[in-house]
Design a protein. Structure first.
Length: 120
């Protein structure tokens, strides 16, 4: 593991433990809090990541009303939808000359999917 990856895991463990002990909520496992902590100086990225996560949760919930989605299928579908939405955000905002200077992006490729799973 490289030094940044070790730092992400270490920060994730500490933040996850603090959230669980102080607030009584699980903040999305071990990796997600670490990545969010590393991007605290970029609030727009965090906001966009949570928007993608909530949109992912909504899409999968709507799909679950018309199809059978549970267990592993639901987990994989959450990560896949979040990955696709994150890719659309990256491509869409990179192509727009008005929005491109603001560097709107999503944190990671599966982080929004992991957050969406924890919203469930």
């Amino acid at each position: 593991m490289s030094e940044p990856e070790i730092l992400v895991v270490a920060i994730g463990l500490v933040v996850s433990l603090l959230f669980t002990e102080v607030l009584g909520i699980a903040p999305g496992g071990i990796i997600v809090p670490g990545y969010l902590a590393l991007h605290m100086q970029e609030p727009v990225k965090i906001l966009v990541t949570f928007l993608v996560a909530y949109l992912t949760y909504f899409i999968v919930t709507v799909l679950a009303t018309v199809t059978i989605v549970y267990g592993r299928r639901r987990t994989v579908l959450m990560i896949l939808v979040a990955f696709l939405l994150g890719t659309l955000v990256r491509i869409g905002f990179d192509q727009s000359p008005l929005i491109a200077p603001f560097e709107i992006d999503v944190i990671g490729y599966i982080v929004p999917g992991l957050i969406a799973i924890w919203l469930d």
